[in-house]
Ligand binder design. Structure first.
Ligand SMILES: Nc1ncnc2c1ncn2[C@@H]1O[C@H](COP(=O)(O)OP(=O)(O)OP(=O)(O)O)[C@@H](O)[C@H]1O
Ligand SMILES: [Mg+2]
Length: 633
């Protein structure tokens, strides 16, 4: 339970709901226990009445004599109370009883009253049950909401390095499956536990008060039932997890085959796929059948043991009635109680497994919440940069922790406001790593990246990112409208449509967008699949432009556009370059020809740097690239 204790601060936010829930559970059980006593009372009253009037008649005594001599029969306690409250005259009921017909009518009237009162008690119980759920379950839903919020905040705080080491599906489970298992603890588990505890206390008090010996007999099979059901339900849990695993395996299989249907068909693998599907489905069927077999044990166990309890109650109770130690109505009452306890006892096993699952889920949530992001804002928040004058890499090295690859070694260069610096080099040479270091998505292992002379780690992280516009190498577009995707750059307030259009114009994508039927309101698929690669890149560029960033980083984002379009965009960049620092990463000479300064990377090191014309003269890798690319053009 140690992990679940961490939930206490969340519960403490809703003390009224928990307390209210406890009160309602108590009241629900009070009426649940009270209702059967009405049956007991009623039966007892009828029995005494029968003994006094009707039994002697059956034995042959004459009616007239009996009704004249016998005392007025006792009313059940509750009924008497109610009559008294409403000023009714209990005596009036019984005076003038004259003969067998009258006596039978009296019994009928009494039975109707008791039945009515019984119904009323159950109705009141139902009302309280409604409020119980309205408090405890509402509390669990509220906490679920809070917990999801906290987890989502943590998702946002964590850095790229963390995400690379994690499986997305697994991370998603924290906020979906794990939270819902914890909620099952907060809602049903707490509710049933409180309910069982209060019900047992109340029922046992009443039963012992009536007859402690009979209580022992009647309740003896119930713990057995709890244990039996615990074993059955743990087995059910294990097996249903099995079934779930098979099922998700099956859906993954189908999903893969639907997604890759074109490849599947072009390689003519349909028959093979069908065979493999049949095998997977068969495995699923087998575990589902196992589960059904175990589940089939559940009800018989309950029925058997409750039946045993009932038989013991009737047998032992009957003997005690014959011995004159118990009234017959109480046997009825006991049978009600045994049945009342059935479901709570049966649910002990279920609740236990709920708690166990919640404990495991909460441990995963706690572990996740305890991860501290590597990239954090400095604690003193007065260090927000307002402009960017210069971004300088000073002898920077970076090694990817997961793979141990030395992506960068001793990199030094700087980019000033109004300058365009291009970075080129073979694939895998470390260009994108530089972009990530410049954005402080990762921190260097050695050396320092400095903004305006001060290390990035000393600047406020939000403000720092606020200055930059980044076009990543792998474009990501949200399933939103085109306008929404471009305006994503602006936080909070909606970006003006005019500004969005302006940015699209500069990124040379406006004319494409306007040709769509719904223009800027065109909704993109999950990864913008209804756009061409070049269109996606340019929308991503427009997004960065919209921000009017002080530092613009373009990571190989012109690879999928034709040279004409490239020219237009480069002109826009050049225009922006007057007030911003620009970092262009590209393989294409046409993209970097116009830069003020070019850095050529190879294997994580700077092998050449200078103005484009200097590099051509130097006759190194850059010169060779120029040669090759002009040849092929
Ligand atoms: N997330 C990562 N985890 C581990 N290693 C990485 C990661 N990203 C990149 N690397 C490695 O770091 C090196 C540099 O990668 P980087 O992405 O910076 O290259 P690049 O110059 O941008 O290449 P490209 O031109 O293909 O985009 C490569 O050897 C790559 O395998
Ligand atoms: Mg790259």
């Amino acid at each position: 339970m140690r992990e679940l204790w961490k939930l206490n601060p969340y519960i403490a936010k809703y003390p009224h709901l928990l307390l209210g829930g406890m009160i309602f559970i108590f009241l629900t059980n009070l009426f649940a226990v009270y209702a059967p006593s009405l049956i007991g009372e009623g039966v007892n009253a009828m029995k005494t009445f029968d003994d006094a009037f009707l039994a002697p008649i059956r034995d042959g005594q004459t009616e007239a004599m009996l009704f004249a001599e016998s005392p007025v029969p006792e009313f059940p306690f509750t009924l008497k109370r109610i009559q008294a409250w409403f000023g009714g005259d209990t005596e009036a009921w019984t005076t003038g009883l004259n003969g067998k017909e009258d006596a039978l009518a009296w019994i009928q009237r009494l039975a109707l009253w008791q039945a009515g009162l019984f119904l009323l008690a159950y109705l009141v119980k139902g009302v309280f049950l409604f409020f119980t759920r309205q408090t405890i379950i509402v509390m669990s839903r509220r906490i679920e909401y809070d917990l999801k919020g906290t987890i989502f905040d943590q998702y946002q705080r964590l850095d790229a390095t963390f995400y690379k080491a994690q499986d997305t599906g697994d991370l998603m489970n924290r906020i979906s499956e794990d939270v819902s298992k914890v909620r099952m603890y907060l809602g049903p588990a707490i509710m049933y536990t409180l309910n069982l505890t209060m019900l047992i206390i109340l029922v046992v008090i009443v039963m012992v008060y009536i007859d402690w010996k009979l209580t022992l007999y009647a309740l003896s099979p119930l713990p057995l039932m709890s244990v039996g059901i615990y074993f059955v339900s743990s087995r059910i849990n294990r097996q249903s997890e099995d079934v779930q695993r098979q099922q998700s395996g099956l859906s993954t299989f189908v999903q893969q085959h639907i997604a890759g249907i074109r490849v599947l068909k072009s390689f003519k693998r349909e028959r093979d796929a069908t065979k493999r599907f049949a095998k997977e489905a068969d495995r699923y069927k087998m575990s589902a059948l196992d589960l059904v077999k175990t589940e089939a044990l559940f009800m018989p166990i309950i029925v058997l043991l409750v039946g045993l309890s009932t038989i013991l109650t009737i047998y032992i109770g009957g003997q005690r009635v014959i011995a004159g130690e118990l009234e017959v109505g109480h046997i009825f009452q006991f049978i009600f109680y045994v049945n009342l306890l059935t479901w709570p006892f049966a649910s002990v096993g279920w609740v236990t497994s709920l708690v166990q699952k919640a404990e495991a889920s909460m441990k995963r949530i706690n572990d996740f919440m305890e991860v501290t992001p590597l990239i954090q804002s400095p604690l003193a928040n007065n260090s927000a940069p307002v402009t960017m004058e210069e971004l300088a890499f000073d002898n920077v090295s970076y090694r990817y922790p997961e793979t141990g690859i030395e992506a960068l070694q001793g990199i030094s260069f700087s980019v000033k406001r109004g300058q365009i610096v291009a970075i080129t080099g073979r694939t895998g040479s470390g260009k994108s790593t530089i972009a990530q270091l410049a954005m402080r998505i990762i921190d260097p292992c050695q050396g320092k990246v400095a903004l305006n002379g001060k290390s990035l780690t000393e600047w406020d992280l939000d403000a720092l990112r606020g200055l930059t516009g980044y076009v990543p190498q792998d474009v990501f577009l949200f399933s939103d409208t085109i306008a929404g995707n471009i305006a994503f750059a602006m936080s909070g307030e909606e970006a003006e449509l005019e500004a969005v259009k302006g940015a699209a114009e500069e990124a040379h994508v406006a004319h494409n967008i306007e040709r769509f039927e719904r223009g800027y309101n065109t909704v993109l698929g999950e990864r913008g699949i209804n756009l061409s690669g070049g269109q996606k890149q340019r929308i991503s560029i427009a997004r960065a432009f919209l921000r009017k960033p002080h530092l613009l980083i373009l990571d190989d984002c012109l690879s999928a556009v034709d040279t004409e379009t490239e020219d237009v965009i480069l002109k826009s960049i050049r225009k922006r370059g007057n007030e911003a620092a620009v970092l262009i990463i590209s393989h294409r000479i046409s993209s970097i020809r116009g830069a003020d300064h070019v850095i050529v990377l190879d294997n994580g090191r700077v092998i050449e740097s200078g103005t484009p014309s200097e590099l051509v003269e130097a006759g190194g890798l850059y010169a060779r690239m120029v040669e090759q690319q002009t040849e092929s053009a």
